[in-house]
Ligand binder design. Structure first.
Ligand code: GLP
Length: 261
């Protein structure tokens, strides 16, 4: 089932998720982490980096797989996910660079890049904890509305809305690539634990469609309803359109101690 946790703010959710990751790494030093980009998980990565330092946790064996990458944006570009994952995850947390993977957005090899990435994930034993953000249209990774719920890592055309949303990170919308390579919904659903975070009123509709709408390709994140172990963190603003909010709050506040996150 999907557990919904309504938090006071982003900091509270980030603390819970960071603590979960610390616990998971201590339990399994070769943990395979699924990494989302975007602004949503940045605080989790910062908190994790600080806990790793403070507690002297050995992360040399931890593996990481990014969800997606822009097509034809040079790896060294400050908005390429190779660059972003390196500067916000690998360096601050101290992961072994060879253990961190991002799909290749190189246009000349894009036809085989998806299958190669799937093989890499499989060879690692699969993702243990997948961190997810959500687009205002309900996309996860770069699986835009209409993405097959069985899809695998492949190239996707970005919607105008996603390009507009992501234009804030570029100097103009014209610079935002029109295509991306992304893990498919089918790929994401194979991770053992899905942890999605959504903050702010701009995400409220997507969150309601994800949790309480029908499972459908028009809201790709609604595929979480098919997953046996998914946790969704929302702040008050992102939770405003949820009908069952009182139940989610009560369940979390009265959670038995034997029931883990
Ligand atoms: C991009 C990424 C997604 C991310 C989404 C939301 O499209 N590909 O993985 O979840 O943006 O971004 P933000 O967290 O900045 O709202």
């Amino acid at each position: 089932m999907t557990e919904v946790v309504v938090v006071k703010n982003k900091a509270q959710a980030s603390r819970i998720v960071s603590d979960l990751l610390v616990k998971s790494i201590l339990k399994n030093p070769k943990l395979v982490l699924g990494l989302a980009t975007g602004s949503t998980p940045l605080e989790v990565y910062k908190m994790l980096a600080s806990s790793v330092k403070k507690q002297g946790i050995d992360v040399s064996g931890v593996r990481g797989f990014a969800l997606d990458e822009y097509v034809a944006l040079p790896k060294g570009h400050h908005e390429s996910y190779h660059f972003v994952i390196n500067s916000t995850v690998v360096q601050p947390i101290g992961l072994t660079p060879e253990n961190a993977h991002v799909p290749s957005g190189d246009a000349s090899t894009i036809q085989r890049a998806g299958a190669e990435y799937e093989e890499l994930i499989k060879a690692s034993g699969g993702v243990d904890v997948q961190i997810l953000g959500i687009g205002t249209d309900g996309h996860i990774g770069f699986n835009e509305p209409g993405s097959s719920l069985a899809s695998r890592t492949r190239i996707k055309t970005l919607t105008e809305q996603t390009r507009l949303n992501n234009a804030q990170f570029f100097s103009s919308i014209d610079e935002v690539p029109s295509h991306a390579i992304t893990q498919g919904i089918g790929t994401i659903l194979e991770a053992r634990h899905l942890v999605l975070m959504a903050f702010g009123s701009a995400k409220a509709k997507a969150v309601a469609n994800t949790l309480e709408g029908p499972v459908c390709a028009f809201c790709p994140a609604s595929a979480l309803q098919l997953h046996p172990h998914a946790t969704v963190f929302v702040d008050q603003d992102a939770a405003t359109e949820l009908q069952n909010i009182d139940y989610y709050k009560w369940s979390y506040e009265n959670k038995p101690s034997w029931q883990e996150l």
